[in-house]
Ligand binder design. Structure first.
Ligand code: PLP
Length: 348
């Protein structure tokens, strides 16, 4: 006999990418930023500590919402903050999708979406991308039991994007909200922020984990129309963001020069990575994110992953049932990517 709800007892639980606790790996497996965050962020944390931590944090993270509103050109009441964007995805799922109801995601994409549906006792439906990573027409269809659609854009593991125009047309056909997960959007050429004002069904989530080099901090946010934000706020933990993370995230968003400089470095290295992989015979999908998706027409990729790991280079091996496998490689520093390409050159 289990004490647990049947859906919890039956599920495997979400398995995040490996985080080795030793420093001797070149770590290119979880799409972290290889650079240190803005010095202004570290200073903001020190100042917050100096002010003391005996009081509860601002439950709505007002300082961050005002800064983000200024940077994004929207009003603060369009923003909800979370303990990482995973917290935002959880809040949205809990608020919109009831037991037995349906949540949709594209496939292959972020595996956590399915886990969230399962915890909720809801059903999930993974609609396959076409082989060119465009969406099937059914992605925009749906009946009354469809309550939420997730779309990572850029997508993981492909790094590809669906255009904002296509997303707006999709949202207009859907019977329910569409959450565009923009975890990687700072590395891309376009974004869907302006769609939120045009269509209330479009919502955008973002994170400071990747482009701002703050995966260890846990801060993300949702942009949606204010009447939706009010409802989502009922579902969140009272103090889901802490004093230190609010201070850090607010100053991170304020340092535009740091973001521009870091983004430029990562985009340049992404090009070296993609060129190098193609020279080695890989099929490497053009990426708008801080990673690339790589398959090889001759070599099975699992042994390549194992051999890289043996050489202390950690990339992500993904095997998607009914789709296929590949290597997702995070854009590190130029030196890390050179080492990875060099190792692959010796192996293939
Ligand atoms: C990394 C990632 C997130 C989660 O980001 P956190 O803010 O660290 O929780 C969300 N969605 C996608 C697609 C991601 O790759």
């Amino acid at each position: 006999m289990s004490y647990f709800r049947p859906e919890i007892a039956a599920m495997a639980g979400y398995a995040p990418g490996e985080q080795p606790q030793t420093a001797d790996f070149i770590k290119l497996n979880t799409n972290e930023n290889p650079y240190r965050c803005s010095p202004a962020v570290e200073e903001a944390v020190r100042e917050a500590v100096a002010r003391g931590l005996s009081r509860y944090p601002d439950p709505t993270a007002g300082a961050f919402r005002h800064k983000a509103a200024e940077v994004l050109g929207i009003d603060p009441d369009w923003i909800l903050c979370g303990n990482g964007s995973d917290d935002i995805l959880t809040i949205v799922t809990r608020a919109l999708v009831g037991p037995g109801e349906l949540l949709r995601l594209p496939y292959p994409s972020y595996i956590l979406y399915t886990t969230l549906a399962t915890i909720q006792g809801a059903r999930s439906e993974a609609l396959h991308f076409h082989r060119d990573w465009s969406l099937p027409a059914e992605f925009g269809a749906g009946g009354p039991d469809l309550k939420l659609v997730f779309l990572p854009n850029p997508n993981s593991p492909s790094g590809t994007m669906i255009s904002p125009d296509a997303i707006l047309r999709l949202a207009e056909r859907l019977p329910c909200p569409l959450l565009v997960d923009e975890a990687y959007v700072d590395f891309a050429e376009t974004d869907c922020l302006s769609l939120v004002g045009e269509c209330e069904r479009v919502m955008v989530s973002r994170t400071l984990s990747k482009s701002y080099a703050l995966a260890g901090l846990r801060f993300g946010y949702l942009v949606a129309q204010p009447h939706l934000i009010t409802e989502f706020a009922k579902v969140k933990d009272s103090y889901n963001c802490d004093t230190l993370s609010i201070a850090a995230a607010t100053s991170a968003l304020g340092d535009r020069a740091w973001l521009a400089e870091t983004r430029a470095k990562i985009l340049a290295t992404r090009q070296h990575l993609a060129d190098g992989m193609r020279r080695l015979g890989f099929d490497t999908v053009p990426s708008q994110a801080n990673f690339t998706w790589n398959t090889h027409p001759q070599h099975p990729v699992k042994p390549l992953f194992d051999e890289l790991r043996r050489r202390r280079i950690l990339v992500r091996y993904m095997d998607y049932p009914a789709w296929g496998d590949g290597l997702r490689i995070t854009v590190g520093t130029d030196e890390q990517i050179a080492a990875c390409l060099d190792a692959l050159r010796r192996i293939v």
